[in-house]
Design a protein around this ligand. Sequence first.
Ligand code: BGC
Length: 452
Amino acid sequence: MINDSNSDRLAREQFGRDFKWGVSTAAYQIEGAHDVDGKGLSIWDVFTSRKGKVKKGQHGNVACDFYNCFKGDIQLVQDLGIPNFRFSISWSRVLPTGTNTVNQKGIDYYNRIIDYCLESGIEPWVTLYHWDLPQELELKGGWTNREVVDWFSEYAALCVKSFGDRVTNWMVMNEPAVFTGAGYFFGIHAPGRTGMKNFLPAIHHATLSMAAGGKVVKQLAPQANVGTTFSCSYVEPATSGARDLAAAKRADALLNRLFLEPILGLGYPVDDLPVLKKLEKYMRSGDEERMSFDFDFIGIQNYTREIVTSSFFTPYIGARLVAAKKRKVPLTEMGWEVYPEAIYQMIKKFNSYSNIKKLIITENGAAFPDILKDGRVADEKRKKYIEENLRQVLRAQKEGFSVDGYFVWTLTDNFEWAEGYHPRFGLIYVDFETQQRVVKDSGLWYKALLQQ
Ligand code: BGC
């Protein structure tokens, strides 16, 4: 049992025997080795080399050097007693131009990781797409080109044929709403495209690819446990006024339902977000059917809640998020509100869809400023964040909502996309000069929880 400030105690067994405990990572954020052993460029390699795109001009060329340090890091996963390790495959490492020519050295590298996980008694959970599209495909339109569905299917098939004899757990995509929204509408993530003309086709082709990817994995590995992951935020209206209520509904459709509902066979949430009617331009006959797939599990990734107000001046959605900073609430280093109840609300919300078979929290965690002092990082805030979130998971379970696993974001401090290396999310501190690792107090706490 773990002692804490609350009188009730948190214990692993409370979550049930089959509950999956894990930790999540993503290739571009940790691997480095961006141009070695035949790897092709990805959109993140190119985006980070453009001026002013990432804070301080930082990039993932070296990152945590997981490419070379993976054994040590997987040993740390083992030392912490974490039974499940989620990582992603870099598409351009195994298919340097996105299609056709396979880079055997890339395949060998992921074989080494998978084998080392298994030798260490750790179950690998593989994400196929965590945002690093091969640059060659971006030059052909990337996610705006419908051919991406075929490119992605070919890539998915290669991964399953190469690793499916040892990998059971697959996640087809990571957070399509974020990579299409940030990368194709706002242009603040790779590939830096903007506007509806990019966003709308990217949405539709990502949806089709997610379903197609799920089908490919299942066809080639019928025993596989196939899922996909969605970002989600608990959305609340700023006031109880009718306009804010309607704005919150639209924001909820965009943030939480846009990609999930077509996958579940419900189509895009057009009624609650009318601008999505514009997607029809990209739809072909038979697409409604092509967009859905019966995943074995749905991964949800929650970090915070959003307060939404009606905004006449915000095009397409008529809604605006009220910045957490303005609300005088506790914040993480990302400027996100610390609001553990959000995860409980999300579990409840996703439980309301009758055809979700299993729900797993595939990411949850927080960035706070960390200080390494005398070989220790006393990250009380992160520990508390994870603990409070887990209490909310338990609360949902006790109320009868099903949730089958929890993965912390993330193992080591790493490259936080447009924010660079400043926000630290890891259970393990990284000195990026020396690549030295130090398990933070939150990591030790997670270990103690898992050891019970
Ligand atoms: C992403 C991660 C990211 C984390 C924290 C998620 O949106 O999947 O790649 O680092 O949130 O921002």
